[in-house]
Design a protein around this ligand. Structure first.
Ligand code: NAP
Length: 429
């Protein structure tokens, strides 16, 4: 067997400790599969005295991750600290410059600085791998860069934030409003310290931007993702959507069009009986469409100690085997600058309107939709919500986002709505 691959791990939280445990538990298996021993030499975190549920006594402790990143007895720097800047970025750059390869799970960092890091790694002849950064335990990076290398990818879709999917499915199953389930999720520890990262769609958009780069050979362009979180999804919409055969998911979609790259993260309706519609709780799903392979659906745990550490280990073993691959599946210097395009791909839309209960109200709605060029596929009127209003649901035929925007802006001017209209895209899956 060749010499051991010596790991330096910075960050001993959920993921870092998960990695330590697997290296300890599966030392023999990893050595067999890698063709060499995988050994931890140095570790770092903020608080040396913290009880970490793993025996770290065999490893050198460093208070400063930089010392791990640049140590002579470290071949591979494993960055599991997190954050889109600061010590995570600095230590990765230092490790590359010191001649180390890097494994990270840091989607925020890659979404913001992935291109620069990839260029630096290439210049220095090093590799950076990041399977755990997107959808935790689901092997989507390898699937795209390796298994689908012979495909032109048409569209990438995914439910990639387990907390949002938990909140939406729990709202439906318990019939609870958003605010109540949000509070539950907070108490269960499911939310990031800054909950906007989850419910605001930012974390999932980091992942989408990374997948777009691989799928379309473009530089990561997180700033171009059109992002809407789940805060405006009401229990009413969840119920009504279910009545019409749909579920609401925070769905990321990236596709290349003639006008440019569309990347959107927004609450969408998907058919309740589709794989995405069936996804419940904190599970993640990524749907990939290739011109030769057709549609592939990957489903699994998107977070947590074991699943995320499993993905980190897959990268470690690849590097131990000597696999050297460009970060985004092709040399970073050849990745095109993405030409961002606002969503224009037509889709069917769901609209919920709260109308005054008086003659002619529906006719006024129909007239606005007609003026917008929107034709109606299905319309359903419910019993009175109050003495004076009735909810009306509309599912349109395929139409453009522009036409929907026009309708949403014009409908309140008819004077027959008692509240703002709600619109949600129905994604074809
Ligand atoms: N958790 C998941 O399920 C999951 C899934 C996919 C990807 N990821 C990504 O994996 C990375 C790690 O996530 P995590 O959940 O394991 O985070 P975490 O539990 O918060 O752990 C972070 C670790 O980094 C250490 N740390 C923070 N600042 C440091 C500094 N300045 N110097 C040295 N160490 C420092 C902390 O030290 P102390 O312990 O001493 O405070 C802690 O051990 C993040 O990029 C995250 O986005 C996580």
């Amino acid at each position: 067997m060749s010499s051991p691959l010596r790991l330096g791990i910075a960050g001993l939280g959920t993921v870092g400790i998960g990695v330590v445990k697997i290296v300890q538990k599966h030392a023999g298996l990893l050595a067999m599969r890698s063709g060499r021993e995988v050994a931890i030499t140095a570790v770092s975190a903020r608080d040396r005295m913290k009880n970490r549920d793993a025996d770290l006594s065999a490893y050198r402790w460093e208070d400063d991750p930089m010392a791990v990143a640049t140590a002579d007895d470290v071949d591979l720097y494993v960055e599991l600290i997190g954050g889109d800047n600061g010590i995570a970025r600095d230590s990765i750059q230092a490790a590359l410059r010191a001649g180390k390869d890097v494994v990270t799970a840091n989607k925020a960092l890659l979404a913001m600085h992935g291109q620069d890091l990839a260029l630096l790694a290439e210049d220095l002849g090093r590799v950076i791998r990041f399977e755990a950064a997107v959808a935790g335990g689901i092997p989507v990076i390898k699937t795209m860069t390796e298994s689908l290398a012979g495909n032109d990818i048409g569209r990438v879709m995914g439910v990639m934030n387990g907390t949002c999917n938990y909140i939406l499915t729990r709202m439906e199953s318990a019939g609870l409003p958003y605010e109540a389930v949000f509070e539950e999720a907070r108490q269960l520890g499911y939310l990031e310290a800054d909950p906007q990262l989850d419910v605001g769609g930012i974390d999932a958009s980091h992942k989408l931007a990374i997948l777009s780069a691989i799928a379309f050979g473009t530089q990561v362009d997180f700033d171009a993702v059109e992002i809407e979180g789940i805060e405006r999804v009401s229990i009413d919409d969840i119920r009504r959507a279910a009545d019409m055969g749909y579920r609401i998911k925070l769905l990321g979609v990236a596709q290349m069009t003639a006008r440019g790259l569309e990347q959107r993260m927004s609450p969408c309706l998907v058919p309740a009986d589709s794989p995405l519609g069936q996804l419940v709780g904190g599970t993640n799903m990524v749907v990939l469409e290739g011109d030769s392979v057709g549609q592939i659906v990957l489903r699994g745990a998107g977070a947590g100690e074991g699943p995320t550490a499993s993905a980190v280990l897959s990268d470690i073993v690849e590097i131990a085997r000597g696999v050297r691959m460009a970060m985004f599946g092709q040399p970073a210097s050849r990745l095109k600058t993405a030409r961002p395009a606002r969503t224009a791909v037509p889709a069917a839309y769901y609209m919920r309107l709260e109308l005054q209960d008086k003659p002619g109200a529906l006719a006024k709605v129909a007239s606005v939709l007609g003026d917008a060029g929107i034709s109606i596929d299905r319309m359903r009127q419910y019993g009175q919500h109050s003495d004076t209003s009735v909810p009306v649901l509309v599912v349109t035929h395929k139409t453009t986002p522009e036409a929907i925007d026009y309708a949403i802006q014009t409908l309140p001017r008819t004077g027959v709505l008692v509240s703002d209209p709600v619109e949600l895209r129905i994604e074809e899956v």
